[in-house]
Design a protein around this ligand. Structure first.
Ligand code: MSP
Length: 648
């Protein structure tokens, strides 16, 4: 019987069209699923959409439609994009599916009955416009750490999950199961920043909106969207508290949850604790991939730098998009995407290295042998090296993919293609074609090339399935073995065709800007931005000051040496700054807007003569300048600005 392999993506919020970052995740998971199928596993690949929550309720209200109508529209868009990029999922779950909502309600009830969830009161500082509670240590001078507006003391009835009850068991599980979370660096952050300092009970209901699964028997509360969303991984398999379903029995525990780095905490702490409370086995592995950024910037609608898979596929083809995203994302770090970088990778790897190789080889086989595949003769010259190169690729792909190192696996295949191109230059088939009595040797050379390409195409299937299929069609074979020598002689190769036409960067950008000129969407977007701007309420200008008053704050250029999220406050980042003449620790309430790694090494501007103050139990010695309330942007100094220089 085939060994099972169950893998999942995170389920994206159904609040808008998924961008290339969200889509990368489904492409990545798809590549792993296809690879596992190729390896003979019985694969179950789950994806879906996260359809509840205040954001969706608000967006629907703004459009004057029901939340269900809203999510139906977005869900159709997600499915369209997933199928466009070739996601070979076995099931698509929506958190608004009836069976899921029932199971979530039952799970909540069971945990309530067990005493793991209890009803309590949430007391804290409430920010009315943000509808958020904050603790004493989170508020800054009586103001909301997010928007800076005054907060008020408030109490709210809510349900809490006794997280701490399971913390030791989870820690033990993590210690006994190395590789539970990959990459390891992400696990360390969870253990050191959250598990070891002690878990607080988690508030698992909301009463400020209604678009969610109601708490059974207390319907003015809805179940926290993360409890609802995380449960999808078991409800999709037919799990409910008093029935387990065939798929659940067969596929649970999950072999691999593929998620982004920002939601590692939910998957490595809350989700396993929920499972422990439900007395269910824990998933085997959680892989937190990095983020795909636009250049070095986070993709965001407000910055206008969001890219979408369908638009990219129009320009570079589906496999162009799959290849770029899979190869550009390293295992443990973020990746970057720009038009320039896709064009460069597309031309170098797909058009030149792979495309040319296939085209030249098929063309030579046509020219010299009327397309007929020749017998392979004795190995000589560089033949063994070429064979060993593709055999190495077979081995490397296996070992990289077993550790989910997808970009490394792709690089290993392309290394073999590079070797094949070199082989053509070394063996110069065109000279042999003119030489007397060299036909057999020429036939062997072409066989070796065709066979290397064939094995390469088989290896490529999980990553760029359409291309893999086209190459095998060009070679006129459906042989899928990765053993060298599988290609049958005497068959015919097909008519040579161009797999990836080179892209001229200049022409590309000229065409793109031409298209953008009369692109209705852009016109509408510009209108929207204009409307947004005219509706924006600007903060009134402060009173005029004397020049000497302006000189009072001592503003300096400082470099970020270290930056980390404060374990005690989700809002604060803790910085160690180099001011040139001294080092400073500064705390700043911008954790919602920046990840530490986005700031380390950057030069910022700080108020260096602010009196020290205590925040969340730590001293903050200065202030980092940033603009905005709802969309905060740190003011960075130019790379060449000297550390410690004063700003005036
Ligand atoms: N709904 C939650 C997940 C619940 S899972 C039980 C959520 N949704 S999301 O839409 O914000 O993100 C969906 C996935 O896309 C997450 O894994 C997230 O990390 C990933 N990405 C979001 N932006 C991304 C990039 N720019 N690059 C790569 N992945 C990105 O979180």
């Amino acid at each position: 019987m085939k060994e099972k392999f169950y893998l999942t993506t995170a389920i994206p919020y159904c609040s808008g069209k998924p961008h290339i970052g969200n889509t990368y995740e489904v492409i990545l998971t798809d590549a792993i699923a296809r690879y596992k199928r190729q390896q003979g596993y019985d694969v179950f690949f789950l994806t879906g959409t996260d359809e509840h929550g205040i954001k969706i309720e608000t967006k629907a209200a703004e459009l004057g439609i029901t939340p269900k109508e809203f999510v139906d529209g977005v869900n159709a868009e997600v499915k369209r994009i997933w199928s466009l990029v070739g996601a070979s999922y076995d099931k698509f779950i929506r958190t608004t599916d009836g069976y899921h909502e029932k199971a979530v309600s039952d799970i909540f009830k069971k945990l309530l009955e067990k005493g793991d969830i209890y009803k309590g009161e949430y007391e804290g500082w409430y920010c009315v416009p943000d509808e958020s509670f904050f603790t004493d240590t989170q508020v800054v001078d009586g103001k909301c750490p997010d928007c800076g507006r005054p907060v008020q003391r408030a109490r709210e009835e809510a349900y809490f999950f006794k997280m701490s009850k399971y913390a030791d068991r989870l820690l033990k599980h993590i210690e006994e199961n190395p590789g539970f979370v990959e990459p390891e660096s992400r696990l360390k952050e969870m253990v050191n920043n959250f598990l070891k300092p002690g878990l607080q009970d988690l508030c698992v209901t909301r009463s400020s909106f209604t678009w969610g699964v109601p708490v059974p028997g207390d319907e003015k509360h809805v179940i926290y969207v993360w409890i609802d969303a995380l449960s999808n991984y078991i409800t999709a398999l037919g799990y409910d508290v008093d029935e387990q379903g065939e798929l659940f029995k067969k596929y649970w525990p999950c072999d691999l949850h593929v998620i982004g780095k920002d939601i590692v905490r939910f998957h490595t702490i809350y989700w396993p604790i929920m499972l422990l409370a439900l007395e269910l086995p824990l998933p085997k592995k959680i892989y937190g991939h990095g983020w795909l950024n636009f250049g070095t910037d986070k993709m965001s609608k407000s910055k206008g730098n969001v890219m979408y898979a369908d638009e990219l596929a129009e320009l570079f083809g589906v496999d162009g998009v799959r290849y770029y995203t899979l190869s550009a994302m390293p295992f443990a770090a973020d990746g970057s995407i720009t038009y320039e970088s896709i064009i460069s990778v597309y031309n170098t790897d797909l058009a030149n290295n792979l495309g040319n190789l296939v085209n030249r080889t098929a063309a030579m086989n046509k020219k010299y042998f009327g397309k007929k595949i020749q017998q392979r003769g004795e190995e000589e010259g560089p033949d063994a090296e070429l064979r060993e190169a593709i055999e190495k690729a077979v081995k490397d792909v296996r070992s990289y993919m077993d550790g989910y190192r997808v970009s490394d696996a792709l690089a290993a295949i392309f290394e073999a293609f590079r070797r094949a191109n070199k082989y053509i230059d070394e063996t110069t088939p065109w000279t042999l074609a003119k030489a007397e009595g060299a036909e057999k040797r020429l036939g062997t050379i072409l066989y070796n090339l065709l066979e290397t390409i064939r094995i390469g195409a088989v290896l490529l299937e999980p990553f760029v399935p359409e291309t893999s299929k086209k190459i095998l069609e060009q070679l006129g074979t459906d042989c899928k073995t990765t053993e060298f020598g599988g290609l049958a002689a005497n068959n015919e190769t097909a008519e040579p065709a161009v797999l990836f036409a080179r892209i001229d960067e200049k022409e590309f950008f000229a065409k793109l800007s031409e298209e953008n000129k009369d692109n209705e969407k852009d016109v509408n977007k510009a209108k929207e931005i204009k409307e947004e701007l005219s509706e924006k309420e600007y903060e009134p200008l402060a009173e005029a000051i004397e020049f000497n008053d302006f000189l009072k704050p001592d503003l300096r250029v400082a470099k970020v040496l270290e930056c980390e999220v404060m374990p005690k406050s989700k809002k604060l980042l803790k910085f160690q700054l180099d001011l040139g003449f001294e080092k400073r620790q500064v705390l700043s309430g911008i954790a919602k807007f920046y990840k530490p790694e986005e700031l380390i090494g950057k030069k910022i501007i700080m108020v260096a003569n602010l009196k020290p103050r205590m925040l969340a139990g730590e001293e903050s010695n200065g202030m980092i300048l940033a603009s905005g309330h709802d969309d905060v942007h740190v003011l960075f100094a130019d790379d060449d600005a000297a550390i410690g220089d004063r700003i005036c």
